[in-house]
Design a protein around this ligand. Structure first.
Ligand SMILES: NC(=O)c1ccc[n+]([C@@H]2O[C@H](COP(=O)([O-])OP(=O)(O)OC[C@H]3O[C@@H](n4cnc5c(N)ncnc54)[C@H](O)[C@@H]3O)[C@@H](O)[C@H]2O)c1
Length: 247
């Protein structure tokens, strides 16, 4: 059993991780959240400087705004981190890369094993069908803040070529689709846990590869597996490829 500090503990994903942790051999020893809740089964602090508990790793399901304080704490304590929040900017990504010189950093915009398989299959399809036009459609619940989803961006990176250009929706466009475009479309509504579809459109046929998240436990499960994997790893950047395929 490893001991973990959970950042974003009081959010929706924090609740999922908390519910599954013990069954996955992970003990949450403390939480960090700017929005404190009192009914958590472990102490929750408004920032990392107040955490007293010893841990083997940190799981982060908060927001990019919390990243820099989290990395500073992890570096100081030499703790591996699992970064599961999405919406990082260039500055955040540079800070993550820098931290990985000193600590093990596992990051994936989607912690589901199925999405990792989807990404791998999409990269293969794009390589086999270079003339086909690609469109990515994602659907999420009405509380999601960022668009396109981090997973859609990850899928874009998996299929994009050197000259590809992301086109976000086509509102107001008056010219036909260019071959190098990759359309990105975000649908928001209801309680959809997450759906991603990558379509490869050719002359006279098209294929679609898709993944449907039936509930959010898949992300919690992946993050807990990632924490077990990363505890004790050497400094560096790790992702689902390392976890699923040992890449
Ligand atoms: N990688 C994945 O597989 C995956 C899956 C689902 C969600 N996510 C991402 O995880 C994050 C959380 O998602 P959610 O649905 O649980 O959101 P949420 O809004 O329900 O929870 C986020 C929690 O983080 C807290 N928080 C916000 N800023 C903070 C800060 N600076 N420091 C500490 N805590 C802070 C909030 O108070 C809240 O309790 C989002 O970025 C979301 O896109 C990733």
């Amino acid at each position: 059993m490893i001991h973990v500090i959970l950042s974003g503990a009081c959010g929706r994903m924090g609740a999922q991780v908390t519910a599954l942790a013990e069954s996955r051999n992970v003990k949450i020893v403390a939480g960090v959240d700017v929005n404190l809740r009192t009914d958590m089964p472990y102490p929750v602090y408004p920032d990392f400087s107040m955490v007293k508990e010893q841990a083997d790793a940190i799981i982060d399901f908060s927001r990019p705004e919390g990243l820099h304080a989290l990395l500073a704490y992890a570096r100081e304590k030499k703790l591996p981190v699992v970064l599961a929040a999405t919406g990082y900017n260039e500055n955040d990504l540079a800070a993550i890369k820098d931290a990985a010189n000193e600590i093990a950093v596992f990051r994936s915009a989607n912690m589901s094993l199925g999405v990792y398989v989807l990404k791998t299959l999409c990269a293969r399809a794009a390589a086999m069908l270079p003339e086909y036009e690609i469109e990515i459609i994602e659907k999420h619940h009405n509380q999601k803040l960022d668009a396109p989803s981090g997973t859609a961006v990850m899928l874009y990176d998996a299929v994009a070529g050197e000259n590809s250009e992301a086109v976000y929706g086509r509102h107001g466009r008056t010219q036909k689709r260019q071959p190098h475009e990759i359309g990105m479309h975000a649908i928001r509504g209801g309680s959809v846990a997450g759906e991603h579809e990558v379509g490869f459109y050719g002359p006279g046929e098209y294929i679609t590869l898709s993944h449907l998240a039936q509930d959010r436990s898949i992300f919690a499960n992946g993050a807990l597996r990632a924490a077990l994997f990363i505890a004790g790893q050497a400094p560096g950047e790790y992702d689902m490829g390392a976890l699923v395929e040992g890449l």
